[in-house]
Design a protein around this ligand. Structure first.
Ligand SMILES: Cc1cc2nc3c(=O)[nH]c(=O)nc-3n(C[C@H](O)[C@H](O)[C@H](O)COP(=O)(O)OP(=O)(O)OC[C@H]3O[C@@H](n4cnc5c(N)ncnc54)[C@H](O)[C@@H]3O)c2cc1C
Length: 389
């Protein structure tokens, strides 16, 4: 952000685009730091802030109907505009303006971009359900009825969690995966293969490419058609950067920031799933896309808002979890292709632990139902691989 004064504690106007987890955490922390200026939050969704991980877990399972995040906009004196999408950004050296889809121009002294990411869709005119929002989760749950033919595209995190719920609901579940094993894109084929026993009762087609989704079902690249009552596409997410075109903001796959959440534009920060933040630890800009990162970034982001050139670096060892097939997976660190991996199976012959290392240095660790070991493993990343079991 260069040399510039921080947000004036009494009168500075913070505009936030996005009303999810990262926004809730930053705004709440900012108020705690005695910031009294106006805060305007623009959120494309109609629902007040809620937590997304339960959508594919408790909400799909029918154990909850929502998971609100604590965000008392009256007490925090936040002008929350639900159903308001930002459509353009004009930056100036002293601030700038956000233009909404309806054409309203909102001037800011500082701007926080926390717009998350959008599910990727596949070609074709057939209906594809995705799972990012609460209405999407409720609509999907409605249709997970006994005997329904559900085709899930993608056997990664969302695919596995949806498969868990659909199988439990008595659906006839087929999951199509481009890679050689479930979770292979995220964890590699060897670790993914160790999760295969969990998929019992589900038709899992690996090494299988989808060409398009049409009204008669899922068309595979080899010409087969999988008939379906519903198709769920879970092939990853991508930040929507189209509305920022022409703003001068530096982007890659996400919005590029330094390790203090600052973009190349004065007064503009980016946090959460949309941010591709510089990591000194790994020597790269990284899109993290995990709950823990979006939640814990607040302290660094607020410091950068108030004292732009003196805030702390935010470069934690990443952490995420997934609940699937009655198990909790927890992963810490960040492995790269080519790292050595050691896989340990449990008594049931399926994945229990995995540890990645490079030149004897632990790069990542994954445990299944091993919550008590996570803190130790997270602290061990970057040290000798022999430090963890
Ligand atoms: C179903 C599901 C399950 C998950 N499970 C896990 C898990 O088990 N473990 C884990 O670590 N992480 C999980 N995650 C990821 C985690 O929820 C995200 O990392 C986190 O929500 C990111 O928060 P965010 O504030 O950056 O973005 P979001 O929570 O996505 O919020 C972004 C908000 O910005 C709004 N927005 C977008 N564009 C605009 C615009 N132009 N104008 C105005 N508003 C806009 C969006 O509508 C949205 O409300 C899961 C995510 C999903 C969807």
């Amino acid at each position: 952000m260069g040399d510039r004064a921080g947000l004036d504690l009494e009168h500075g106007h913070l505009v936030v685009v996005g009303g999810g987890l990262a926004t809730v955490r930053v705004v709440t922390t900012l108020r705690r730091k005695k910031f009294r200026g106006p805060v305007t939050v623009l959120c494309a969704e109609q629902d007040a802030a809620y937590d997304r991980p339960p959508l594919s877990k408790d909400v799909l399972a029918g154990d909850a109907d929502t998971a609100p995040l604590p965000f008392d906009v009256t007490k925090l004196e936040v002008d929350l505009r639900l159903g308001t999408r930002a459509a353009a950004l004009r930056s100036t050296p002293d601030g700038g303006t956000v233009v909404t889809e309806a054409g309203e121009e909102i001037a800011y002294d500082a701007l926080l971009l926390a717009t998350g990411a959008e599910p990727v869709r596949l070609p074709g005119d057939g209906e594809q359900l995705t799972l990012r929002t609460l209405p999407e989760a409720l609509a999907l749950r409605e249709r997970l009825t006994p005997g329904a033919r559900v085709v899930i595209i993608g056997a990664s995190w969302i695919g596995a969690e949806v498969a868990t719920a659909a199988h439990r609901a008595g659906c006839e579940v087929t999951c199509v995966e481009y890679g050689p094993q479930p979770l292979a894109g995220a964890l590699g084929a060897e670790v993914g293969a160790a999760t295969l026993p969990w998929w019992a009762g589900i038709t899992l087609l690996t090494d299988t490419a989808v060409a398009r989704v049409e009204s008669d079902g899922v068309h595979l690249a080899d010409g087969r058609v999988l008939p379906a009552d519903l198709v769920v596409t879970g092939v990853g997410v991508r930040p929507d950067l189209a509305w920022l075109a022409g703003s001068g903001l530096a982007t890659g796959r996400g919005i590029l920031t330094d390790d203090r959440c600052r973009t190349n534009l004065p007064g503009v920060l980016a946090v959460g799933d949309v941010a591709q933040r510089w990591s000194e630890r790994t020597g790269a800009h990284r899109l993290i896309e995990h709950w823990d990162d979006a939640s814990m970034v607040a302290t660094a982001a607020v410091a950068s808002l108030l004292t732009p050139d003196a805030g702390p670096s935010y470069d934690p060892v990443p952490y995420f979890w997934s609940d699937q097939f009655g198990r909790k997976l927890q992963y810490v660190g960040a492995h790269e292709d080519g790292d050595d991996v050691e896989v340990r199976l449990g008594d049931d012959g399926s994945l229990a632990r995995a540890a990645w290392s490079r030149d004897g240095v632990l790069t990542a660790w994954l445990g299944v139902d091993a919550t008590k070991d996570v803190v130790k493993a997270r602290a061990a990343v970057g040290g000798p691989a022999s430090a963890v079991d």
